[in-house]
Design a protein around this ligand. Structure first.
Ligand SMILES: *[C@@H]1O[C@H](CO)[C@@H](O)[C@H](O)[C@H]1NC(C)=O
Length: 177
């Protein structure tokens, strides 16, 4: 009667061991990377929440996390670009249309810049990746400025802020490489 009990105990210990190990690995890299990004001014919770949107982040290294963050930024930029496109199809005042057209162009550039950044992160050209990530941030600022120049309140200010947050996160993680 001792035998099955021992087997059960061994099984249980192995199970426990494996779970402890994998959860340590899961909480490891993302949290560690986000703690380093937080030292550069990134919101820790936003960082963890964002990276964990991609299930691959649990087994990723820092370079993979930089790629994941930049891909998420690209997705966000596409989302804003689509929203701008929709707005441009609606009824607009002349100054709003003028500013939104600028935004449409720069977001298109921003999407290309983020695509280039992903390529450079993967090919270990960090400084090029950082150049393109910074360019994507400039694109967001140009869109904000376009509304300021025509003296109008931007209807996409919040989306711009969100896009900026994603690019800033990707830039912070890439600069850890
Ligand atoms: C962007 O990040 C800032 C700083 O972490 C935060 O306060 C703000 O709510 C974020 N904005 C959006 C739209 O998510």
């Amino acid at each position: 009667m001792e035998y099955p009990r021992l087997r059960l105990a061994v099984f249980f210990l192995l199970f426990l061991h494996q779970n402890l190990f994998s959860s340590a690995a899961e909480s490891g890299v993302v949290e560690q990377t986000c703690a380093q990004a937080a030292a550069k001014g990134i919101d820790f919770d936003f960082c963890v929440k964002t990276l964990k949107k991609n299930s691959k982040s649990s087994t990723a290294g820092t370079r993979d996390l930089a790629t994941i963050a930049t891909k998420l930024a690209e997705k966000e930029f596409k989302h804003v670009w689509n929203a701008i496109k929709k707005l441009l199809h609606g009824k607009l005042t002349v100054p709003d249309k003028q500013a939104l057209s600028v935004c449409f162009d720069v977001y298109e550039d921003g999407i290309d810049a983020l695509k280039a950044a992903i390529k450079f992160i993967k090919s270990r050209s960090e400084s090029d990746a950082i150049t393109y990530l910074s360019a994507s941030l400039t694109d967001v600022t140009t869109c904000d400025d376009a509304f300021e120049e025509v003296g109008r309140k931007s209807p996409i200010a919040k989306m711009n802020e969100e896009a900026r947050n994603f690019s800033t996160l990707a830039l912070a993680i890439t600069s850890l490489l």
